[in-house]
Design a protein around this ligand. Structure first.
Ligand SMILES: [Zn+2]
Length: 468
């Protein structure tokens, strides 16, 4: 080939390349700021920006932008940037709408569960809720190990959450021990005793009655209080219960008048609607005779006065109104109060009584407010009127206006009992705690060699010092 021809070809190629380069540079270009964009659910999509140019001319305003983004719906979207020419220039941006909040798992039952040894935990249930997917409970997977269950759930945006439940293979519930029959039993000397029995169950072991250990014994030939202890263990926890057996010297025999160790139980202010009944039944159970200093205000309870009398208890006069301002207003008021009560007693029982107890006791000072010297004057003539009056040397403390337990009332009496004198005990059959203290006092007394008697005209009077 000639030199001139080769040169022409090279020039031709060169010209073509220049034309091609110019053509390429003349194609409009769209330039995006950033490429793919991620948007959080329900947040606005913000356009990161774009430019368009051809050669050195800015033609950004020729670009039309369209998108189908819905930021309320998780997914992949596109933004399209287009310049409409003879042929379209198009550029696309990918936008991903995501949510990042993992589901929440809620366990039914405790996060730490006790299960009997050798037992398998029975799933109590769970629930998984996702802010976007809703209920995803059915997507929860369980990783079950011996002592731990892991609950895992992943939502549609790949957010994962997990929760664990710890399984403790241990019996943490004490056995249940039930004594059949009463927890307190009273026997008379020489009678036989057989334990009424018991049952024991355990949450893990079932019936464990045969594992109950019984400690203690009862000697029914010796008066006293016996304690039988029942214990049962499930290997970890122990339960125990006691039964108290009172062996008493038969029913009470009547105490010798004024003898050391005699107890005169006296009940003031009754009869009362509910509590006199309890007192009478308890006295009858142990054949104990007592004394009732009456406030017979309520005629519908006179049948109780009759029952007291018919049961061999002594009746005494206390007051018709028990209102100090009335009873102690004058000597006449005092004597007519005494007589009014005695008329009721006569009407109900057929006989008068000559046993008397001053409202507030003979040492009261409240009467000073109404009549100075009324206690001294009346006490000096009351014997001439035929009456014997009785204060007390043991107070049960049941009339201080406060609430008490029957144990307190019984203990107030018991700790003051003495075998070196006769004991006149002040109580009121107008309180529930007093009514239920009576049996405790009687049991203690019978186990400890005391006797009971009703006050009679032969009983030596117990007097406080007159203070008005
Ligand atoms: Zn009284």
């Amino acid at each position: 080939m000639k030199k001139g021809v080769r040169f022409k070809i090279l020039v031709g190629i060169g010209v073509l390349l220049v034309i091609l380069l110019i053509a390429l540079l003349s194609i409009p270009k769209i330039i995006l700021v950033d490429n793919d964009v991620t948007v959080n659910l329900e947040e606005d999509y913000i356009e990161p920006g774009y430019k368009a140019k051809v050669l050195w001319f800015d033609i950004t305003n020729k670009v039309t932008v369209t998108n189908n983004i819905d930021t309320n719906v998780v997914g992949n979207y596109e933004v399209e940037y287009k310049i409409d020419l003879l042929f379209d220039i198009v550029k696309k941006r990918s936008v991903i709408v995501i949510e990042t909040i993992p589901p929440e798992i809620t366990l039914v039952g405790e996060e730490s569960v006790y299960v009997c040894p050798q037992s398998i935990y029975e799933e109590e249930g769970y629930e998984a809720i996702d802010n976007y997917d809703g209920d995803v409970t059915d997507k929860v997977t369980l990783d079950v190990k011996d002592d731990m269950i892991t609950y895992i759930v992943v939502d549609s945006s790949n957010n994962e959450t997990s929760k664990t439940r710890t399984i403790i293979h241990e019996d943490n519930v004490a056995p249940n021990l039930e004594l059949k029959g009463n927890e307190s039993i009273t026997l008379t000397l020489g009678s036989g005793y057989s334990d009424p029995g018991y049952t024991a169950t355990d949450n893990c072991l079932g019936d464990i009655t045969d594992k109950v250990v019984v400690e203690g014994s009862v000697n029914t030939n010796a008066v006293g209080t016996y304690t039988i202890t029942h214990k049962v263990s499930d290997g970890v926890n122990e339960t125990s219960k006691t039964r108290t057996i009172h062996v008493i010297n038969g029913i009470a025999t009547l105490g010798t008048e004024n003898a050391p160790g005699v107890i005169y139980l006296t009940f003031d202010d009754g009869p009362s609607n509910s509590y006199t009944r309890i007192v009478l039944d308890t006295l009858k159970k142990y054949n104990v005779k007592a004394t009732f200093f009456l406030v017979p205000k309520n005629a519908s309870l006179y049948y109780l006065i009759k029952e007291e009398y018919d049961s061999g208890h002594s009746l005494g006069i206390h007051s018709m109104s028990h209102t100090y301002s009335v009873v102690y207003a004058s000597d006449d008021n005092l004597y007519s109060d005494i007589k009014a009560v005695n008329e009721v007693i006569k009407n109900v029982t057929g006989s008068y009584t000559y046993l008397y107890r001053y409202p507030g006791g003979s040492s009261n000072t409240v009467s000073k407010n109404y009549s100075t010297g009324i206690m001294s004057r009346s006490a000096s003539v009351i014997h001439e009127m035929g009456y014997h009056y009785f204060d007390w040397n043991i107070s049960s403390g049941d009339a201080d206006g406060r609430n008490h337990t029957s144990d307190e009332i019984a203990n107030n009496v018991i700790r003051n009992l003495s075998k070196s004198r006769y004991n006149v005990v002040l109580m009121h059959d107008t309180h529930e705690f007093t009514a239920y203290a009576v049996e405790k006092i009687i049991l203690y007394a019978l186990e400890n060699g005391y006797t009971f008697a009703p006050i009679t005209m032969n009983t030596r009077e117990v007097h406080h010092s007159i203070a008005n």
